[in-house]
Ligand binder design. Structure first.
Ligand code: NDP
Length: 416
C-alpha cells in the first residue's frame, strides 16, 4: 500500500479525495490534512455520502500548518504515506516539497510556488524556486511531479503528445482555456480569489520567437472556433506551463489564452483601478488597517458554493501547428468537461474537477511504477500516453480535432 496524503481541503482537494477513494484499491489509505480541520471532515463526509470509496478503507482528517516542515514530516511518517498530493495554496509548495525530500515521499502539486510578497517573478518562474531543488530530489531519489493539474499539467502532456504523434516539427503551441459555464452569480472567481487575481494583475509573459515577451493583461485578444464552446474570445495570459515547456520542448512559440467575458473584464478592471485588488494595507477613517483584497475576497461568493448551480462546459486544449512529411499540419488536442456532470459525480464544478483528476491519475502512475522517476520533473518530460489513457477512464476524455476529423485519443499502450 502506498497511502496518500492530500494537503489542503479546498475545491481541488475535494475532487482529489473523491478520485483517490474511487481508486483506493491501488492507492491505499487516504489522509487529508489542512489548516482548517472542519473542511477536511466535510470532504470525508462527502466521500461517504457519494459512496466514492471503491473498497472499504481508511479516510482520515488531520489539522496541519503545511508551512511547518517538521509537522508535515511527522504526519507523512505517522500515516506511512508514500505519496503526497499538494493541493493547498501555492504558498505552501516549497515547505511541502522539502518535507517530501526529507521523508522520501513522492511529491506533486498543481501550481507553481508563490511568495506572497512578490506579485511578479522573472521567467522562467520554475527556476526561482522549484528547480533549485532538482539536485536534492535526485540525491534523495524522490519523485516530484510539478504542476499536474489541467493547466499546468494535462496541457503540458498534450503538447508533448502532439509533438510525438502528429509532427516532424512544431512551430507553435497555443494553449486555450475556455470556461463557457455559467454560475448565475453577479461576479465570482472559480477558485481562490487571491490566487485568481494575482494571475491577472502581473505582467503577461509569453514565449515568442524563442524569447520571453512581456504584455499587459487584456492587451492581446484572439477569437477561436472551438469544439462545443463555439466562437470563444480569449486574452493572452501568463501561465505556469509556459515556463517549463519553453525550456523542455524546443518550440519557438508557446502562448496561453484564457477566455473572459466582457462582464468579468469590466468588474475586474473597476476593482483593480480602484485599488481594491491591492495586497497593501490601507487605513480607514476610524484608524483600522485593512487589506483591500481581503475585503473583496470576503464579500465574493466562496468558489466551492458555485458548484450546485453551475451549468455549461469547459474546453481546454492545445492548438499545435507545424509540419509533417514537409506539409503544414494543425491539430487541436483537447478535453470537454461538463460542470453539471462533475457536480453529480463528486459535488464539484468543472474547474476543480479538471485540476483534481490529473493529480490522482499521476498518483496512480507513481503507485504502479510507471511515472515513479526518482527525481523532479515537469509533466512534458514524462511519457504522456499513460496519463491520457488513464484519464480517459477517469472522467476526463481527450479528443483531437485534426483536419475534418474529431476523435477520442486512445494511445496504444498497456497500463498495469
Ligand atoms: P482553495 O483556496 O479552495 O484551497 C486551498 C486549501 O489550502 C485550503 O483548504 C486552505 O486552508 C489550505 N491551506 C492554505 N494554507 C495552508 C497551510 N499553511 N497549511 C495547510 N493548509 C493550507 O484552492 P483550490 O482548491 O481551488 O486550489 C488548490 C491549488 O490548486 C492551488 O494551488 C491552485 O492554484 C491550484 N489549481 C490548479 C489548477 C490547474 O489546473 N493546474 C486549477 C485550479 C487550481 P483553509 O481552508 O484554512 O483556507
Amino acid at each position: 500500500k502506498r497511502n496518500v496524503l492530500i494537503i489542503g481541503a479546498g475545491g481541488v482537494a475535494h475532487v482529489v479525495a473523491h478520485k483517490c477513494a474511487q481508486n483506493n484499491a491501488l492507492l491505499g489509505d487516504i489522509h487529508i490534512a489542512s489548516r482548517t480541520l472542519a473542511k477536511c471532515h466535510a470532504i470525508i463526509e462527502s466521500v461517504h455520502d457519494k459512496g466514492s470509496l471503491h473498497m472499504p478503507g481508511l479516510l482520515q482528517a488531520h489539522q496541519l500548518d503545511a508551512m511547518d516542515i517538521e509537522a508535515t514530516k511527522f504526519l507523512i511518517r505517522a500515516t506511512r504515506c508514500q505519496i503526497v498530493i499538494n493541493v493547498g495554496s501555492p504558498f505552501v509548495n516549497m515547505s511541502v516539497l522539502q518535507a517530501c525530500i526529507e521523508t522520501g515521499a513522492a511529491y506533486m502539486d498543481t501550481a507553481i510556488h508563490e511568495d506572497p510578497a512578490k506579485v511578479c517573478e522573472t521567467p522562467p518562474w520554475y527556476a526561482n524556486y522549484e528547480w533549485k531543488r532538482l539536485d536534492a530530489c535526485k540525491r534523495a531519489g524522490v519523485t516530484a511531479i510539478l504542476g499536474i493539474g489541467f493547466d499546468p499539467g494535462v496541457v503540458n502532456a498534450y503538447g508533448r503528445y502532439a509533438m510525438d504523434t502528429y509532427f516532424d516539427q512544431v512551430d507553435s503551441i497555443d494553449i486555450i482555456d475556455v470556461n463557457a459555464g455559467s454560475h448565475g452569480r453577479y461576479f465570482a472567481t472559480n477558485f481562490d480569489p487571491e490566487t485568481n487575481f494575482r494571475e491577472f494583475t502581473s505582467t503577461v509573459w509569453s514565449w515568442e520567437n524563442g524569447a520571453w515577451k512581456a504584455n499587459a493583461m487584456f492587451e492581446r485578444k484572439k477569437e477561436w472556433d472551438l469544439p462545443v464552446t463555439g466562437k470563444s474570445t480569449t486574452y493572452l495570459t501568463g501561465h505556469d506551463e509556459l515556463h517549463s515547456m519553453s525550456r523542455n520542448l524546443g518550440v519557438p512559440d508557446i502562448r496561453f489564452w484564457m477566455g473572459f467575458g466582457e462582464h468579468y473584464i469590466n468588474v475586474f478592471t473597476v476593482l483593480k483601478n480602484l485599488g481594491l485588488l491591492s495586497e497593501h494595507p490601507v487605513r480607514t477613517a476610524r484608524g483600522q488597517e485593512i487589506v483591500p483584497l481581503e475585503v473583496v475576497k470576503a464579500v465574493l461568493p466562496d468558489p466551492a458554493s458555485l458548484a450546485p448551480g453551475y451549468t455549461g462546459k469547459t474546453c481546454i486544449g492545445d492548438l499545435v501547428k507545424g509540419t509533417k512529411d514537409g506539409k503544414p499540419q494543425e491539430v487541436l488536442i483537447y478535453n470537454i468537461c461538463d460542470h453539471e456532470e462533475a457536480y453529480k459525480e463528486v459535488g464539484s464544478q468543472a474547474i476543480s474537477y479538471t485540476a483534481g483528476v490529473p493529480a490522482v491519475a499521476a498518483a496512480m502512475l507513481i503507485a504502479d511504477g510507471t511515472w515513479d522517476m526518482g527525481g523532479m520533473v515537469n509533466v512534458e518530460e514524462l511519457d504522456p500516453a499513460p496519463l491520457i489513457s488513464l484519464m480517459n477512464r477517469m472522467g476526463l476524455v481527450t479528443r483531437a480535432r485534426h483536419g475534418t476529423e474529431d476523435y477520442v485519443v486512445e494511445p496504444q499502450m498497456a497500463i498495469a
